[in-house]
Design a protein around this ligand. Structure first.
Ligand code: ZN
Length: 446
């Protein structure tokens, strides 16, 4: 029962979307600050990224030692990069990870030596159909090394002997994840997750980080019904590690969202949770529909981002994935063209606005029970008719009260009532607050 404080809380949560206005440039600046860092699934790049996020929101870092068993996986060795480059036969450094983080195949094992171009070529990766772009490659699970470069550069290489330096270490250390927990009146939690393991890729990685960070800032400033937990973790192994470390608390998760690829100008995509009909699925569908923006609502598939782990059958959490262009669907994906020009301030801001609208509903959505369910109660006697002055807005509010009274059977959420009535969620929420204050309805538990 949260009746007494609902009204005050609802006013605050209703104002959430205002907090996103004018934040596009600041979110883009955060992407710009974090862009050059050489991130991977472990190591300094992740820690420096978390430190950057921690300058905006309170963040706790957890280090999980290499070798720790996490379900069917093991926390890998920590990767450290000092330098990595190739010198051509003339002694010129033609490829250097210091120039672009994508040049080094991520997680490359150490190597130093000289080899002819014919041998070196086997370790060089390019994109023949996008000859100006550098691809992003990883090799987490075998000890090997390689470099990525533009196809134009690859084709320009002359025969001869090349010198290669991959001064890296793969050694026992730890995997790092960050959490920002914003306590609410309830210990039930809302999970927001963004991956932090991609090096200089802006949309796939940094856009989700920026929107999650500014979402946390906005939520930190309002009175919260739910406890919010933001997880910034390396993709796959990082989230598997997080789930292994936090398994006990996952039972408290009521809603969740993976944020990724939210900064490009593409149409929106929402991927439903494995459950398919979780409240967050309804809320995201509603917000996107009401926005009038181009979007797709997609069913769950066991491929994509970290919803794969959250929605594995042993957890089956109510977690969906919110994106603009989805993984693999745009040419710049996993290349050097996923850069700070692809991600635009106004696109970040629009994504944040939609997510704020969604959490504004998450905070206020309730199931109510009508305390006077036999025939309509007398609204006038309770001062509720004074709200109804005859002009248009008041008439709408009266209609909304009638809808709320009729559907408050403990089964329908306020969002259900908004959708069925065709009235806005804000209006239905205002009506429910007025009825709650008049003690005509009360929130059901759960
Ligand atoms: Zn990716």
């Amino acid at each position: 029962m949260e009746k007494s404080s609902d009204a005050a809380q609802a006013r605050d949560a209703a104002s959430l979307p205002e907090a996103g206005r004018g934040t596009g440039a600041a979110m883009h600046a955060l992407c710009t600050e974090l862009f050059p860092l050489l991130r991977s699934i472990t190591g300094k790049g992740v820690r420096d990224t978390l430190a950057g996020i921690g300058r905006h929101i309170p963040l706790t870092m957890t280090e999980v030692p290499s070798g720790t068993a996490v379900f069917d996986w093991t926390v890998p060795p920590e990767w450290t990069v000092r330098e990595a480059w190739i010198k051509d036969p003339a002694g010129d450094r033609i490829v250097d990870v210091a120039r672009h983080t994508l040049h080094l195949v991520n997680y490359s094992a150490p190597f130093k030596g000289r080899l002819p171009l014919s041998e070196l070529r086997k370790r060089l990766f390019s994109l023949p159909d996008r000859p100006g772009w550098i691809p992003y490659r990883t090799q987490y699970f075998k000890e090997d090394w390689g470099f990525c470069l533009s196809h134009n550069q690859l084709q320009s290489l002359r025969e001869g002997e090349y010198e290669v330096c991959v001064d890296t270490t793969l050694a026992p250390g730890s995997l790092t994840f960050g959490e920002c927990v914003l306590p609410g009146r309830s210990s039930e939690e809302v999970l927001i997750s963004a991956h932090v393991c991609h090096p200089s890729l802006a949309n796939d990685n940094l856009s989700g980080i920026a929107v999650a960070t500014f979402l946390a800032k906005a939520l930190a400033a309002v009175d919260r019904r739910f406890t919010y937990r933001f997880v910034f973790a390396p993709s796959t192994i990082g989230v598997i590690t997080w789930l292994a470390q936090r398994e006990a608390m996952t039972a408290r998760i009521r809603h969740g969202l993976v944020l990724s690829g939210v900064g490009d100008p593409g149409a929106y995509n929402y991927k439903r949770s494995r459950r398919g009909n979780a409240e967050i699925d309804d809320i995201m569908s509603h917000v996107l529909k009401e926005s009038g923006l181009q979007h797709n609502i997609n069913p769950f598939i066991p491929y994509g981002y970290d919803e794969r782990q959250y929605c594995s059958p042993g957890f089956d959490l109510p977690v969906g994935c919110f994106s603009r262009s989805t993984y693999g669907s745009y040419p710049q994906y996993h290349t050097s063209a996923d850069n700070l020009e692809l991600v635009r301030p106004e696109c970040l801001e629009q994504s944040l606005d939609l997510v704020l609208q969604a959490f504004s509903i998450v905070e206020r959505d309730l199931r109510l029970r009508n305390l006077n369910p036999k025939c309509e109660p007398q609204l006038g006697r309770r001062g509720l008719y004074s709200l109804v002055g005859g002009h248009n807005e008041s008439q709408k509010l009266q209609l909304a009260m009638l809808w709320v009274l009729n559907k408050s059977d403990g089964q329908h959420t306020l969002l259900d009532i908004a959708q069925e009535s065709g009235l806005s969620f804000d209006l239905i929420s205002s009506a429910s607050n007025a009825l709650s204050q008049a003690e005509l309805v009360t929130a059901t538990v759960g």
